[in-house]
Design a protein around this ligand. Structure first.
Ligand SMILES: [Zn+2]
Length: 159
């Protein structure tokens, strides 16, 4: 399987992620990332919302219920798309993976993290693991059609 090195994300998807992360605040929000593998990376053309099933501490972690995982896989199949990974938000924490994120990361799936500061989406980062025992590797994020790296989600994207 091709290993994504750069994640290209459609502007509409970046806006949808920012909005969903803001709405989930002060809890963690999460969603699925759908699209396709392309030369040198992955192209995310759609995000699907996923309810945060972590009942105990939704402010500091998220969990994807098996039925929700199956639902997004089915929806990806229906759309002829690939499930590329998941995004989740870090309320008032950096867009860097936690130990828990590493423990739950799956090889071959992207981990995208959005930092939400005082209810506004801010930094965004993309990570992957290249093996079951490997640490996270950071990936570059580009908005489709642009060569400028995306490191923040601007509130203007929500207009
Ligand atoms: Zn996290």
């Amino acid at each position: 399987m091709t290993t994504p090195r750069t994640v290209t994300i459609d502007a509409s998807v970046l806006a949808a992620i920012a909005l969903a992360a803001n709405e989930a605040y002060p809890n963690e929000g999460c969603g699925a990332l759908l699209g396709e593998l392309v030369a040198g990376g992955a192209h995310v053309s759609r995000t699907l919302p996923i309810p945060n099933s972590e009942a105990g501490t939704p402010r500091v972690r998220f969990a994807v219920a098996p039925r929700d995982y199956l639902a997004v896989e089915r929806e990806a199949d229906r759309l002829g798309a690939r499930l590329l990974g998941f995004w989740h938000s870090h309320p008032d924490h950096p867009a860097l993976p936690s130990g828990t994120d590493r423990a739950y990361a799956w090889e071959g799936l992207l981990t995208v993290i959005v930092s939400v500061r005082n209810g506004e989406s801010a930094e965004i980062g993309a990570f992957e693991i290249l093996g079951a025992e490997e640490p996270f590797t950071a990936l570059g994020i580009l908005e489709s059609g642009s060569l400028v790296p995306v490191t923040r989600l601007s509130p203007h994207a929500l207009v």
